[in-house]
Ligand binder design. Sequence first.
Ligand code: NAD
Ligand code: AKB
Length: 319
Amino acid sequence: MVNYKKILVTGGLGQIGSELSLELQKRYGIENVIITDIKNEIPEVFGNNSIYIKLDVMDYAKLEEIIKKYEIDAIFHLAAILSGRGEENPFWCWDVNMNGNMNIFKAAIEYKIKRVFIPSSMAAWGIGIPKENVPQDSVLRPTSMYGVTKVAGEKLCEYMFHKYNLDCRGLRYPGIISSEALPGGGTTDYAVEIFYEAIKNKKYTSYIDKGTKLPMMYMPDCIKATIMLMEADINQLTCHGDYNLAAFSFAPEEIAAEIKKFIPDFEIDYKPDFRQKIAESWPSSIDDSVARKDWGWSPDYDIATMTKDMIEKLSKRIK
Ligand code: NAD
Ligand code: AKB
């Protein structure tokens, strides 16, 4: 385990940030994880001893103040505007994602932060890729503003490493499915919503069309990969901000069929919206062999074990 003293998490109340922050607290101590987000309050699930500070990642002075006060030596930068909300307001998406990234890079260099994590996404891909098993070194021509910011983030990680020796790491996450915090406005959010609607109403209208297969991953594997990468010896790494990462892939009718094994009268229909075009620009599956080779990555969950766990967890909470 890497000996981080104080960890800063931005976007720490989002879909990934909230579960990652809880895991980092378990691993490194509750007093050593400084959770930040633009939201006013931290949910009860974090307990009274969690350290929470409201931080807009575009506010460099406040970011600096937190880094100095807590003597931060590692940053997990998860604050971002995702693809769906980003396409509704592309200039805002650029502002938050790029100014946020640049503030993190600048502060990390200035305050000699040991290691920084900035996630990328399968949204970095777009025109001209092979749909199946898109390789590590593939052409990056995204068609969404969110994807443009993700490509820029990857390239900047590499630039900051070579120019400033900043140890900046990142993963191209597929769509993440989780049972705790709700997703925050992406194209793959349907793969979480479908579980809530199946349990509550036994019916779901998908805004992603039948036959649109996308790469997905269950949250425990997302957290595992993030921590594994951030604890890997730098000499093992051949990439910086852009490791391909994969678990399984499905189209809406395939996840519906899995859910039907538990809820036999569940029904799905389709009403594609603007997110269909974004989904169609992304790959159907990802080749993550470089991550497997460099730092021993492999997922624990497939579509069947993920579905079982999601239904068990959500059924206890949803009446
Ligand atoms: P999310 O939308 O659930 O969470 C993002 C958090 O950032 C939210 O809590 C939001 O309040 C916060 N935020 C927004 N603007 C902010 C600002 N100006 N200052 C501070 N905080 C702000 O997103 P997520 O799914 O948790 O994603 C985290 C990271 O992982 C992002 O970089 C995202 O691009 C990446 N990612 C996520 C997925 C996925 O499926 N969830 C897939 C690929 C990549
Ligand atoms: C989104 O749909 O925007 C995210 C992602 C794949 O980056 N879930």
